[in-house]
Design a protein around this ligand. Sequence first.
Ligand code: NAD
Ligand code: SAH
Length: 418
Amino acid sequence: MSDIRNPALYESGERKIQWAARNMPLLAAISAEFEKTQPFRGVKIALSVHMEAKTAQLCRVLARGGAEMHVTGCNPLSTQDDVAAALAHGSATDAPLDVYAYHAATPEEYERHLIAVLETAPNIVIDDGGDLVNLLHRKLTHLLPQVFGGCEETTTGVMRLHAMAADGTLKYPVIAVNNAKCKYLFDNRYGTGQSVWDGINRTTNLIVAGKIVVVAGYGWCGRGIALRARGFGARVIVTEIDPVRALEARMDGYDVVPMTAAAPLGDIFVTATGCRDVITVEHFDLLKDGAVLCNAGHFNVEIAMDVLEGYAESKYEARQNIVGYNLKNGNTIFILAEGRLVNLASGDGHPAEIMDMSFAIQALSARYLLENRADLTAGVHDVPEAIDEKVARMKLAASGLAIDALTPEQEKYLHSWA
Ligand code: NAD
Ligand code: SAH
């Protein structure tokens, strides 16, 4: 039975879900199809994704398709207690779901909730960052036999799965939802590009125009964050470890330097690498007094928070979700949202229309996994091209956009060598 912070908050959560739902036409169409065909009838799904309104809508769509849903969050700070309450309460159209999630859960509470959804013995496991897959393979191996497979939402989760597959540890097939074009090209780039600045701006209430913004990592997220920083009128500096991506950043018009050179220049730093210690002890004393630091990548290790805690002389809450660290050199640097994903821990995450595409891929991948489980080996699998194309076409139609189609002559021309 559900374990949530405050069931009385359900009305506010329901309003958030309804607002998101009316801006998620792809999930609405998939929901109508699932309601008719009931692909998940008799199937248990455990889900660990940011417990906010867009995720709630995904949970409801899967439940309408017949799934027995057991759900939790994937980050203690991104859980919205009112949304968790609404999902657990149910609505006029949707049955209550089994929800285990608290905002600001302690590490013990967070793990207890992950374990609770796994102890329902799920057939499909939907992860964002791999917490469920990890627990299943480390501590709850007795629950592996009835798992048909899983889906993984984010870049770092997919990287961890590849590492598990490489050493033969991964015991079931997982669909790499992140690697679908309709996911990373939109969610990681435009979703992160917008929601990271939404998180920074609403948290700091400071101007971006005229400032120097340092973006660490020029992957899909970094590209979006840099693009929107420039749009706000910032001068953007990129740091990278990959020579090709560094060159791309340079030709996109940004300065490219190592972090030690960027540290004394930046006013606002955003890490988006999936790596650790990107800003650490060798950089802290180089930073300007008043520098603002935040993270958009997986987990709170890109800015070395544990090192900073020991290194700073003292700290204080400067504003909600902003902690000032007073350094021995007399400077104060400000960390947003404890160095966790700023867009989700200090905002509502990506916009509904973006999560509509990502979660359309999730829902269709979960059905694909179920229907093709006999042929899918343990390991990491790409989202089928047909699903990617279906979602792109649905999104075009929902956006009122039409495109051309090849004539038979064009088709022949493109495929002939003569
Ligand atoms: P990506 O692989 O496309 O890009 C990461 C980039 O960081 C690469 O170009 C890599 O070379 C670079 N990099 C790695 N280590 C570095 C270091 N020490 N210094 C500088 N650059 C370094 O990945 P992505 O899709 O952009 O995702 C980045 C991270 O963000 C992942 O952890 C992912 O899970 C997470 N993510 C967050 C959100 C969000 O909502 N905040 C959305 C999608 C992905
Ligand atoms: N558990 C990790 C997860 C990384 S989050 C952590 O907390 O550090 C990165 C993922 O969050 C992205 O792949 C994106 O698809 C997802 N995301 C972004 N905004 C979201 C939203 N509003 N609702 C649900 N998921 C969201």
